[in-house]
Write a protein that binds this ligand. Structure first.
Ligand code: EPZ
Length: 431
């Protein structure tokens, strides 16, 4: 097992380019099989989740050609399988659930393992199933498989009981070929939802209203080749913004869409951090004293749950008490015990964490249990006295491209600790 050795008391300084969005990319790749045509996807992040998705598409019969590190050409004309790959391959990947919508849209039939993904508490798919049923699909969940069948998908008016990114995207996929109009109400407005809708429209779909509360999809029966460039990753950008603030550093992020980070930038300013942005750049200076702030996570455009673990690290250095309320996932405090092992003063009750800041963390061996918890512990290690040894790093590589290259561009280099002495892949982006 390989562990990352993080030097303490380091500040992130410099400028980096932000990669394509993980959560948009995985959905766009799954959606590509609806058309049965050729697509060229650019600005695709080279991360494990994307590699797994491409492997799944190839398993299903698609041809995948890489054109450089961040561009792929995919042809799904020969995809014949209506069942997704074995559980072993998809269990790590929540986005495998998007094969429900895309296979249903293309073949009226899908068999997909119940999705896995980060352990953030219960992650039901009732809204996905409710929507597929409303579109006329018979649904069954047995032996760990979601089985969907529809002789003829019919447009429907679907009101989502919960604002769900996954269900919004999945139903948008299925509705692309449903007869007539589908109206999806109370939907997720995340930029990733808009990016998938733009990709589907580029292939010939007819979707309007993505990014608002109501999405209208008019079913079509013909698609064409398409080219698409994935939006920048707002969560990667937010991680580096919060990292610069927590380490007292100064960072400039390029090729980012600042509007996608309005909530995070507003909270940083409230915490006394200097932040400014221009067309496709954000600059942050974390030198000033950090003030305590209260955070409530909400669906977009609210403060993103995916940045909650990283802002908690910043608030451990604030002079005073901050309260974080996690409204999206009830089990998203996996990082708290590890931060407490580093000396943080945090009390959790249900979905609320109270952080008594002002203490300097101390380096310790810690373990990442999911992607964003891993990123937060990495930042915590940079702020701490002494070295931190982070295990579970494979989680981090699921969502951060060229991580070591970018961190070294920001003036810091890591060491690796190998337990079995065997040579280990240092990390996808850094091969
Ligand atoms: C997406 O997950 C992201 N994953 C998550 O990012 C992100 O945290 C989440 O949206 C919220 O922004 C991907 O895009 C691959 P949801 P998803 O459906 O789609 C409940 C990361 O770190 N719900 O919007 O699974 C659900 O339990 C990952 O990059 C139902 O009750 O999230 C949760 O409480 C982690 N029934 C809430 O809605 C349903 O049918 C939001 O979940 C579906 C969801």
């Amino acid at each position: 097992m390989t562990k990352l050795v993080i030097p303490g008391k380091q500040s992130l300084r410099g400028n980096i380019k932000i990669s394509g969005s993980k959560n948009a990319a995985v959905a766009v790749l799954a959606a590509s099989l609806i058309s049965g045509k050729k697509v060229c996807v650019d600005n695709l992040p080279d991360i494990t989740d994307v590699r797994t998705l491409l492997e799944i598409l190839q398993y299903m019969g698609a041809t995948v050609r890489r054109r450089g590190r961040n561009t792929v050409e995919i042809c799904t004309a020969n995809v014949k399988k209506t069942h997704a790959p074995p559980y072993e391959l998809v269990k790590k990947l929540r986005a495998s659930s998007y094969f429900m919508g895309s296979l249903l849209a293309r073949y009226g039939k899908a068999e997909v393992p119940v999705p896995g993904g980060c352990e953030l508490g219960p992650r039901p798919i009732d809204q996905h199933i409710k929507g597929f049923t409303a579109l006329g699909a018979e649904t069954e969940v047995e032996h760990g498989l979601v089985k969907l069948y529809a002789s003829n998908l019919q447009g429907a008016h679907i009101y989502m009981d919960v604002i769900s990114v996954g269900a919004t995207i999945n139903l948008m996929l299925a509705a692309c070929t449903a007869e007539g109009r589908t109206v999806l109400e109370n939907v997720a407005k995340e930029p990733e939802v808009v990016d998938v809708a733009n990709f589907l429209n580029a292939m010939g779909a007819s979707i309007r209203g993505a990014g608002t509360d109501i999405i209208r999809v008019d079913g079509v029966d013909r698609f064409h080749n398409a080219t698409h460039s994935i939006i920048p990753d707002r969560i990667e950008a937010g991680t580096f913004l919060l990292g610069a603030a927590a380490t007292g550093g100064e960072v400039c992020l390029r090729e980012v869409i600042p509007q996608h980070l309005d909530a995070a930038m507003a909270k940083l300013k409230e915490a006394g951090v200097e932040v400014c942005d221009s067309e496709d750049t954000i600059w942050v200076n974390g030198n000033a004293e950090t003030l305590p702030v209260d955070i409530k996570t909400f669906p977009y455009p609210g403060f993103p749950t995916d940045l909650q673990p990283m802002i908690m690290v910043l608030l451990t250095r604030a002079h005073g008490t901050s309260v974080i309320t996690e409204n999206i996932f009830e089990g998203r405090f996996n990082h708290v015990d590890e931060l407490k092992r580093m000396g943080a003063n945090i009390k959790v009750e249900g979905r609320t964490a109270v952080i008594d800041g002002g203490s300097t963390l101390s380096g310790a061996p810690v373990n990442a249990t999911d992607l964003r918890a891993g990123a937060a512990l990495l930042l915590a290690g940079l702020t701490a006295e002494g070295e931190t040894v982070l295990s579970g790093v494979e989680h981090v590589y699921r969502g951060y491209e060229y991580l070591e290259e970018k961190i070294s561009q920001l003036g810091i280099s890591f060491k690796w600790h190998r337990e079995n002495g065997k040579k280990q892949i240092k990390g996808l982006g850094n091969q």
